[in-house]
Ligand binder design. Structure first.
Ligand SMILES: Cc1cc2nc3c(=O)[nH]c(=O)nc-3n(C[C@H](O)[C@H](O)[C@H](O)COP(=O)(O)OP(=O)(O)OC[C@H]3O[C@@H](n4cnc5c(N)ncnc54)[C@H](O)[C@@H]3O)c2cc1C
Length: 598
């Protein structure tokens, strides 16, 4: 059976020693009072909730799955899930970083980020029920009418109701411009929606008395394609003027998908048969409203893989110290045993350190990203808000795709540490691999993320936002460039930083002549950009660790951090050379292949 211990020390290191988040919060009136003790106390309680309440349900939830009663269209979630959710609501966790205007606690997004990393480590399938509500909440905060906000936000804030994102239809997932669900305007200002949605996460369940579906659909006169999409809020039960529940709305679950992982989460087929909804935002501008939801969800998906990477690592590490097999190549290490623990073997250490480095790099990126979100929402200076917003937009596809691809590498490596036992269910490792696999697919596949990064976020503004990130890199290089102790971290970062502009320009020029060049380069490009970002964060973590050591600390945490950073730069970062070569190798070997693919 796997175990899980919340990585509080590493979270605190990143928040307090690397990014000094409370200094940043002092500048934001909403968070000026948030201090280190408050942050640490919340993290500790959040860790307890994840480890003690939802983690014990991870394997049973996977085995049991969800069951649909076709007669009533109700879904029964695995044993214990509903009760765990009640504890989550009772503990106020749903409201942690929601706006006090709607009953939230108004704490920084960074805290919610860490809460969710731990919940994802503990039980990704369970965590998706409350997790999806955040996208719906954000979309209604940004685009809802006063009436919609009054009706839905207080209940989404407390967690009494959950939210969903109903985008995908059987014939369209990536290309939502093809969607067919119809919305007919009614005399009373509402709309009647008819159509079929599939793959809707948490689309039906027994946690709450109501579910708030956010649904994309087309108005009768809508232009074709993505310019004709509108967003609607469609509750499972109508809500009366006094807030009590009315009749059942005909938006029902007609089937549940049988799938590779996240069995405890209900992936619902949803039929809308004249269901009543109200418009969110402007007609035909559903795409803009939808992106608020999707950006929140994309950061959330990166967090799912971060959580799985951490829990897989913890279990593989414990196993590698315990399992004895063969002797070390450099001579017996455990003389009292028949063989040495497998952790003595270089390749086993490589697998463990790969997962550790991807967890720690991912955590730093996620905490930095959510600190930017806090600034984008609550900093009094408009320029800081705008810059933060742009940087989050640049980092979002990297969070989604780089962290989930790394999660795939890491969970597989950790399963491999267990040898054949990793393939056997009772150890829990194969579940981490299976659960992680969807993270590379939903919320826009990782290919789509890479096109978003290279096409829209980088080339779309002639590299302006990338240059803003480049300035952060240049500042660090300037600060530490003469520090010999930091050279092994700073030199490769500086080198890649310098290369990035030329590399990007080259692909951009080729893309002007042939757009397939961008499509061919995008996936390796995103991985190179991911390494630039991770290299920056590893250098910053190494800087903080080195300063603590120079200041006299003998806490082994800092020496360990330097070792992990050293491993990252020596063994993971060098793949950037191959990736750049791949990105530069052009589209011809892919596109001039009609015979090969005949
Ligand atoms: C378990 C699960 C949960 C989900 N939860 C939700 C949910 O809550 N709400 C919701 O609305 N949807 C949800 N989805 C749907 C998910 O977001 C889509 O499956 C995903 O966006 C891909 O769409 P698709 O499956 O239709 O694949 P397609 O769009 O058909 O894509 C097939 C392949 O073609 C590639 N491709 C497509 N277009 C391009 C292009 N222009 N360039 C390069 N490659 C391209 C894709 O990357 C992919 O590899 C879920 C799916 C699953 C399996």
């Amino acid at each position: 059976m796997p175990t899980y211990s919340p990585p509080l020390r590493d979270m605190q290191f990143v928040m307090h020693e690397v990014f000094k988040v409370t200094d940043a919060y002092k500048a934001m009136p909403r968070h000026a009072e948030v201090d280190v003790d408050t942050i640490n106390a919340v993290l500790e309680e959040a860790g307890k909730f994840a480890a003690e309440v939802t983690f014990p349900l991870n394997i049973s939830g996977d085995e049991e799955g969800c069951v649909l009663d076709k007669a009533t269209h109700e879904v029964k979630t695995p044993k214990g899930f509903k009760e765990a959710y009640a504890k989550y609501v009772e503990g106020g966790w749903a409201a942690l970083s929601c706006d006090p205007e709607f009953g939230g606690q108004g704490l920084p997004f960074v805290l919610n980020q860490c809460l969710y990393e731990m919940l994802n480590s503990a039980n990704q399938a369970w965590t998706m029920y409350p997790g999806l509500s955040h996208g719906a909440y954000e979309a209604l905060v940004a685009h809802g009418t006063d009436e919609q906000k009054k009706t839905y936000l207080p209940k989404l804030t407390t967690g009494e109701w959950t939210g969903t994102m109903c985008l995908t239809e059987p014939h369209c997932g990536t290309d939502l411009g093809l969607l067919r669900t119809k919305a007919e305007p009614q005399a009373d200002g509402t709309y009647k929606l008819t159509g079929n949605k599939i793959f809707i996460s948490a689309g039906e369940h027994d946690f709450t008395e109501n579910i708030v579906h956010l649904v994309l659909a087309r108005l009768p006169d809508a232009p074709k394609g993505s310019k004709g999409i509108s967003l609607f809020v469609v509750p499972k039960y109508h809500v009366k003027a006094d807030g009590s529940l009315g009749d059942r709305n005909p938006i029902v679950c007609t089937g549940l998908e049988h799938k590779m992982g996240i069995h405890g989460n209900a992936t619902a087929q949803i039929a809308l048969d004249g269901a009543t909804g109200t418009l969110v935002g402007q007609p035909n501008k559903g795409l803009a409203a939808m992106f608020v939801m999707m950006n929140a969800a994309r950061l959330g998906v990166g967090n799912q893989s971060l959580g799985l990477t951490e829990v897989a690592y913890q279990n593989a590490l414990a196993y590698a110290k315990d399992r004895i097999q063969m002797r070390s190549l450099s001579g017996t290490k455990a003389k009292d045993k028949e063989a040495d623990p497998i952790i003595v073997h270089p390749d086993v250490r490589k697998m463990l350190l790969t997962a550790k480095a991807y967890a720690e790099g991912g955590r730093a990126l996620q905490i930095f990203g959510t600190l930017l979100l806090d600034q984008a929402h609550h900093h009094p200076d408009e320029k800081v808000r705008k810059d933060s917003d742009e940087l989050v937009a640049l980092l979002t596809p990297i969070v989604k795709a780089f962290i989930t691809d790394n999660g795939h590498i890491a969970t597989n490596a950790c399963m491999q540490v267990f040898g054949g036992h990793g393939f056997i269910k009772e150890w829990g490792m194969e579940q981490f691999v299976r659960d992680n696999r969807i993270n590379m697919i939903y919320e826009g596949t990782n290919t789509i993320q890479s096109l978003d990064l290279l096409g829209r976020k980088v080339l779309g503004n002639q590299g302006a936002t990338l240059k803003k990130f480049g300035k952060l890199v240049a500042k660090l290089v300037e600060e530490e460039g003469v520090n010999e102790k930091m050279a092994e971290f700073i030199n490769p970062l500086a080198y890649l930083g310098e290369q990035m502009t030329k590399f990007t320009t080259e692909i951009g020029f080729k893309g002007l002549q042939n757009p397939d060049e961008v499509g061919a380069a995008a996936v390796p490009y995103l991985r190179v950009a991911g390494h630039l970002v991770f290299a920056y964060f590893f250098a910053r973590m190494a800087q903080a660790a080195q300063r603590a050591i120079d200041g006299g600390s003998s806490d082994p945490f800092y020496a360990a951090k330097l070792q992990t950073a050293r491993f990252y730069f020596a063994k993971l970062f060098p793949e950037t050379a191959t990736l750049m070569r791949l990105a530069r190798s052009g589209s011809q070997a892919l596109m001039d292949t009609d015979l090969a693919l005949a």
